[in-house]
Every structure is written in structure tokens, then in C-alpha cells.
Design a protein around this ligand. Sequence first.
Ligand code: NAP
Length: 490
Amino acid sequence: MATGEAMFINGQSTVSVTRRSYQVVIAATRDMGLGMDMKLPWDLPTDSQFFHDVTTRTTDPTRRNATIMGRKSWESTPLEIRPLPGRLNIVLTKSSCHNIAIDENVLVCDSMESALELLATEPYSLSIEKVFVIGGGELLRNYMNAPSCDAIHLTEIDISVPCDAFAPRVDTSLYHPWYSSFPIVENGIRYSFNTYVRRKDAVVGSGEKKSAAGSDFKEYSFLPKMVFERHDEFGYLNLIQNIISSGDMNDNNTLTKFGCQMRFNLRKTFPLLTTKKVFWLGVVEEILQLISGSINPMEKGSNIWDSDEANEYLNSFGVNATEEDGDHQHLYGLQWKHTDARLIVQKFSQLSDVINKIKNNPHNQRIMLSACNPSDLKLSVSPCQTFAQFYVANGELSSQIYQSSTEASIEIPFSITTYSLLTCIIAHVCDLVAGDFIYVIGQARINKARVKAIQKQLQISPKPFPILKINPEKKKMDNFEASDLELLGI
Ligand SMILES: NC(=O)c1ccc[n+]([C@@H]2O[C@H](COP(=O)([O-])OP(=O)(O)OC[C@H]3O[C@@H](n4cnc5c(N)ncnc54)[C@H](OP(=O)(O)O)[C@@H]3O)[C@@H](O)[C@H]2O)c1
């Protein structure tokens, strides 16, 4: 990506300077430590491979990428991989006494600006696909959160070790998480890959101008393909693609897949899908209603589970549900908080039991919430989100739900939001960080009438997920109001 910039002399615009924008790729400790004594104080082969792949791979096989580094980072690169193979190496130094340009794959520049200008002119404007700034600390202090930096690929290494070179922290007023990997443990070190993209609303200097890429930021295909495709939303998009391209035709109207799984990482972002509108306030109202164990009709929220049979079922518990009240979702509140009084003489709140186990016995293997009562399987209203299990490790709460059957274009996006929110709220109440949400579906279906709309949706590129903020003052399950659950960045 190249950006044009007018130069001003005596208040008059003269020449237009074109410079390439770039992406930063680094690995850093909790304190943003980069290195010690000109070495990396860790040995993480998967991270080295990630660095190699991100900086080397191109979409056009006739082009290559450029890596820009400070002179000290160049000197600290092991001789056997210096210059970095398959990439144009650009070394920044203000001094002319270093004998660096040893072959055609190496260029020396005396400033970042001159390097980015050079890359914007031929032959480099044609032969170089992407530009990566790869460290070290001195370079990053000036250029990591700078306007021309489109994205930051940061391997976050969960250790504190002595370092003498440091990067600045990612400025979250300018950058938004695009993707965060599930944690990896290698050589006893826990770490994760994270990509931050420059926010569309990020302003430069006085706040007049848009970010470096400005309106080009409508989509994020400038990211390396291997990173772009790691956005969690692709788990859902691949599922619906799969159903419409190779689903079973169990009747003339419905395409079906059996045995589906999606994973969502809740650590940094919240999976409110971005290629489709999901009724966030409806989800919030509904989850608060379910948490409260209420079996009263919902004023807001989705009515897609309405049925007369649900009313009859609720009435059999002495719950006064009328035809107008009829909402299948009441069954979840009933099961979670009041569990079938016919089977257990004393009422038992599964939800309180879950919270109690997470807080007091977190490694319990049966932290579970069942919405399905075997005696009710004969009813068509038997809940299809049958089962949730919770898991605590490393201060994080993960959940997995099993849903026996569901409609994929409307219900799945709604359920992803609902169960992710439930997991985040429980984690918050239990002073844990939300970890993974794993969604297992027995039978996922799409009505053939919806295929065209889904094909249209599949043309849309995902955007960064929003960030969930939960009111830190609220620590009791029953106390939440909709205003305590805020999504930032939508
Ligand atoms: N963890 C990671 O991802 C990662 C990545 C890279 C490096 N590292 C580590 O970081 C350490 C090196 O970082 P560092 O902060 O000490 O040094 P550095 O940033 O790599 O290099 C500093 C040198 O680069 C030149 N330079 C910097 N900014 C410049 C500019 N705007 N224009 C022209 N020249 C410029 C200067 O060279 P002259 O003095 O010659 O003028 C300066 O002394 C090593 O320990 C290395 O292992 C870690």
C-alpha cells in the first residue's frame, strides 16, 4: 500500500512524496522486552516459523516482500540466515562506516522515510508486495504506532525476563485486535500470536486526517493471507459455505450437516459476527432473563422459539404461560435455575452450582449446565441447546456447548453471541478471564430459500470483532442490567 503526502515549504504545497505503508512483526515479553545482549532470550520454533511465513509469503509469486530493520537488529541476526532469504533486507543506519550491503538482497537507508520512498518508486513499487518493519526497539519507538503502520503482528510471550531492548505498547486508541491465536506452550513458555489493525477512525496529529490507509481501510485484505484468514468469523463462514456446497438434502427444502464445531477466542474480542447483523440488545435482554431464571415472557429479544407446546410444557410446572407468553426460551431459564421439580424434590439451581464449582472447585470435571431433561425428549419443544460444560485453566474460563440441531443463518449467529456472553459474564463474576468458547452442533441446517442471501454474505470480508466491557462494579450473577454489558468498536 502506498500513501501520498504533500510537502509544505513556506506554507505552499510543492511536491507530492509517495511512501509505502508497512506492517510491524515482532515478538515481545509481557513488558514488551525484545532482546538481551543482542539475542532473543527465548527459543520458540513455532514463532520463528510464523515470522518466516508472514514475512516471506506473497500472493503474487513473481513478487517478494521487504523487511526493514535497525542496524543493531541486522547485526544480531545469526549469520546463517543473514540476509533473511527470500526477502529484500533494508537496514537503517545513520552512519556510513558499516559495511552492510553485501549483496543484491540488501539495501542500506539513512532514514525510515527514505526507505519508504524508495520502496514506492520503481522497480521496488512493482517488485515488492508487502513491507514489514521487524525491529528493534529504537526503530519501533518511532514507527510502531505511527500513521504509516497499517498493522502490528505481535507474538505476546507470557514471560518476564531481563531485556535491554524494548518496543512500545500497542496503542489501543489507534489499533484494534484482528486476530488472537489460542495460547501455545513451547519449551515451557506460553505465548500467542496477535494481530492488531489500524482503526478506521484513527486520527493523525491534530485529528483532522484519517489514518494512513484512510478510506482504503474498508476491508483488511492488505493483511498477509495467512493472518487475514485466521479471523474467528471464518469458522462460521466456512460452516455455512460447507452446508450450502455439500450439505445433505434430507428433504426438498433443507440442507443439513451433521457434527460441526467452531471455536471462538474470547480473550481479546467478542464474537459478534460482522458479516451479518446480530441483534445485540436482543441477546443481552435474553441472557439476562435466562440468568435470572425468569419464566415470564420476554418483552424484547427473539421470538423465534415461540410455540404453543412450550406453553403447555411450562403450564405443567404450574407456570402460568398463556398463548401470548409462549416462548420456548423460558424452558432454559426453568432448567438452569429451577431444574425440573418433578425429578428432584428440592429445587436445584444449576447456574448457582456452576458458579460455586468454578469458584471453589475449579478443576471439577463436571461443571455442567443441562437444559435437557431426558423425560422431555418426546416433546418437540425439548431445548436443542442441550448442554454446556465449563473448564478452568491458567486463570481462564472456557466453555463448550452442545446443540442438537439449529438453523445456521440466523440462529447460529444468535447462539454464538448468547453463549459467548454467558461465558464472559460467568468468567467476570468468578474473577477469571474468558478463554475459549467451543460450539458443537449435532445437526446444522439451512433452508434452501436462504442460500442466495448466504452467498451474498460470503462475499463480505469480516471486520475486527468488538470488545466487550463488563461493569467492574457488578459481581453478582443476578445483578446485571443491559447497560452493564457494553460492546466497544461496533
Ligand atoms: N523480539 C523481536 O521481535 C526482535 C526483533 C528485532 C530485534 N530484536 C532484538 O532487539 C535488539 C536490537 O534492538 P535495538 O533497539 O538495540 O536496535 P535497533 O533498533 O535494531 O537498531 C538501532 C540502530 O538502527 C539505526 N537506526 C534506528 N533508527 C533509525 C532511523 N530512524 N534512521 C536511521 N537509522 C536508524 C541506528 O544505527 P546507527 O547507530 O548505525 O546509526 C541505530 O543505532 C537485539 O537484542 C535484537 O535481538 C528483537
